[in-house]
Design a protein around this ligand. Sequence first.
Ligand SMILES: NC(=O)c1ccc[n+]([C@@H]2O[C@H](COP(=O)([O-])OP(=O)(O)OC[C@H]3O[C@@H](n4cnc5c(N)ncnc54)[C@H](O)[C@@H]3O)[C@@H](O)[C@H]2O)c1
Length: 252
Amino acid sequence: MRFQDKVVLITGGSSGIGRATAQAFAREGARVCVADVNDAGGAEVVQAIQAAGGSAFYVHCDVSDSAQVQAMVAACVAQLGALHYAVNNAGISGTMLLPITQSDETVFDRVMAVNVRGVWLCMKYEIPAMLQSGGGAIVNLASVAGLIGAPGGSAYTASKHAVIGMTKAVALEFARHGVRVNAVCPSYIDTPMVADVMAQDPKTAQRVPIASPMKRMGEVGEVASAILYLCSEGASFINGTTLAIDGGLTAS
Ligand SMILES: NC(=O)c1ccc[n+]([C@@H]2O[C@H](COP(=O)([O-])OP(=O)(O)OC[C@H]3O[C@@H](n4cnc5c(N)ncnc54)[C@H](O)[C@@H]3O)[C@@H](O)[C@H]2O)c1
């Protein structure tokens, strides 16, 4: 039980990687605040955690909205008494199959609002609560698209490179104050987000496992376990880094 009675906030916790991460933290004793815009999914996750004997509650939050992010952090602290860990996971893909010349500016703006402004706002308001709680750790969800280009997804690629950049900057800002900040970079993981992209283009669905050095997609639990490690005491000297969870994809 690495996180007994610790408090963790997970944005985008209603689905996919966020959901698996919320459940993994709860299994290790953490009290979990699940935040999302998908209220029905959030209720399901909370119910599943509670049914397994864990502690969780849900708060509605669009991470691109400053007032909602502030209210989310305040609700977490009011309900659970502290904030020790945050997983800034909420994200959208936008269009992943269109060259820039055919891409829509409104999609670019929304991808940036959620993936970049959202992570920035979350860190801005989470860190004071963590300092008040005696320190903690943040894990931001970047992507292999933060390390290399994802053709057809130029907005998503830009947003995930930005997540890595701000992770490094903020990690340096709070290194002496007991808050570590790291990012993870998954490749294709089997989630509803990826299922949507695959459904739009069956050729991509066939190509992905073939392109992977391990000849398969990743599982949500494999990302969750890396996130928990980065939050744990075992990672106490790991700060400002990006951890690829990609079966070796970016090693080549
Ligand atoms: N699945 C992958 O292959 C993969 C790979 C690399 C990185 N990622 C990143 O991991 C994160 C989670 O992705 P996933 O695959 O689990 O996706 P998902 O679509 O299954 O889950 C994303 C969650 O974020 C929520 N969300 C979307 N916009 C939001 C907003 N404005 N405010 C609050 N919540 C919002 C959604 O409602 C959803 O519950 C994302 O940041 C994604 O970019 C995913």
